[in-house]
Design a protein around this ligand. Structure first.
Ligand SMILES: [Zn+2]
Length: 266
């Protein structure tokens, strides 16, 4: 009899426990629903935020032109739409005083690394050239960038001076008086400023500042905000050597890519 009593008690306890868990389960349900509702609300909020604010990185296209090419093209073309002034289609570019590396090789090396950095961030990238042995005029380069659907156009160059002590990076953009693209001046200045700041911060290269230039064919034919970066001086042996190191080129690319983020507000 004692044994039967214990068994009954055990059965009763088990029943209570089972009932409790059933009720507990029922009580849990509205909690889960509430959580699901909150998650849905959060999702809606973030969707609204994207709609309200800037686009996502993946919705932007960045056009990159690696300045110059293996062989210069001295045939001429108008410096801007409707212009009677003509300049060489592609000039020869500078050569590293210490490493003897031509500018066209350096610009493509950095442009390729910049493409990688921007794509890793999520941007779409359009490359005007991916090889050194091409023949694309500065006007054609701008037209390719325009056609690509890009939002901004970055022209990669390195500087030269008759004085070997001159060093530093600068950005060239169209002025408010530019006869062809004055409407792009303000946005191009902002883009130039964002890139120069982050480029110099990342590389430690001295900033020479922003300069307006209205005589650049590749800038004057652009239909999108455009900047030309002079990454450093090939005529300065320290900067020439710096720019030829792969690890430094990565820093240069990261600096430019971070500037693109700043421009779009990321
Ligand atoms: Zn150049």
């Amino acid at each position: 009899m004692k044994k039967a009593g214990k068994t009954l008690l055990c059965f009763a306890i088990v029943c209570v426990l089972v009932l409790c868990s059933v009720f507990a389960g029922k009580e849990e349900k509205p909690g889960k629903e509430a959580a699901a509702k909150t998650a849905a609300a959060k999702e809606t909020d973030s969707v609204l935020e994207i709609k309200k604010g800037a686009k996502e990185r993946s919705q932007y296209i960045i056009a990159i032109d690696a300045g110059h090419q293996q062989h210069a093209n001295s045939a001429t073309e108008p410096v801007g739409p409707g212009s009677k002034t003509k300049k060489a289609k592609v000039s020869g570019g500078a050569v590293g005083v210490a490493t003897k590396t031509p500018e066209y090789k350096l610009t493509l090396q950095v442009a390729k690394k910049l493409k990688k950095e921007l794509e890793e961030k999520g941007y779409q990238v359009y490359m005007v050239r991916t090889k050194n042995n091409v023949n694309i005029s500065n006007k054609q380069r701008a037209e390719r960038a325009n056609k690509s659907g890009a939002d901004i156009y970055i022209r990669i160059h390195a500087d030269a001076s008759s004085s070997s002590s001159v060093r530093g990076a600068s950005m060239l953009y169209p002025s408010l008086k530019n006869p062809y693209v004055k409407n792009l001046s303000k946005s191009s200045k902002k883009l130039s400023n964002c890139i120069l700041k982050s480029y110099c911060k990342k590389t430690g290269i001295k900033s020479r500042g922003l300069f307006t230039r209205d005589d650049l064919t590749g800038t004057n034919w652009s239909k999108i905000p455009v900047t030309l970066i002079e990454m450093g001086f090939l005529t300065n042996s320290a900067e020439d050597r710096y720019m030829q190191k792969t690890a430094n080129q990565k820093k240069m690319a990261v600096g430019i890519a971070n500037g693109v983020d700043d421009y779009f507000g990321f």
